[in-house]
Write a protein that binds this ligand. Sequence first.
Ligand code: SF4
Length: 216
Amino acid sequence: MQNYQKELEKLLEKITKEGGVPTLLLHSCCAPCSSYVLEYLSQYFKITVFYYNPNIYPEEEYRMRVKEQERFIGLLNTRYPVAFAAGRYEPQEFYSAVKGYEAMPEGRERCFLCYELRLREAAAMAKAQGFDYFTTTLSISPLKNAVKLAEIGLKLAKEYGVSYLLSDFKKKDGYKRSVELSAEYGMYRQDYCGCIYSRQQREQEKKERALNVSEE
Ligand code: SF4
């Protein structure tokens, strides 16, 4: 498997040598996942955090996550400025994208379609607004497929003509750092990925765990 973290490091070295500060549209799924990524990449890029997540269920959860994302950006001290842009919240876009794959467990085709829906919106916006790069925070999660994310990102980069920043943010203790930052900033940290199916799966797992404990 290609080492995406190494690829990213090579690019960051090149950017540093050239002395410029490129613009990056960073799709974010939630404040906790964005925390380490922003701490890391804001040393090299002028970032706009793009919050486009029609997959999130229910709406109150969505509102809470957007609010937390904006609050965190406001608190974080960065070398270069970080801006925020909220996308549409039209859950039907998610349900149409994953139609026929609803029952899949987390980490399979339903998720790949969900990645693509969100990355496509980011690629389109990056193109329309003239960003140098686009990427997503999603690869920080140990539950997300970094290979699929890279495959989708590179495909969209070709389609839209904007460079995709390869990443595997969980590497170099990225995930661990995001947990530390979440605690440091007292962040709201949800226990399910986002969609109704991941919430049902998590509830089921909790029930099963509780049952196992009571049987012991
Ligand atoms: S589990 Fe997460 S990535 Fe997968 S479809 Fe649901 S919200 Fe999207």
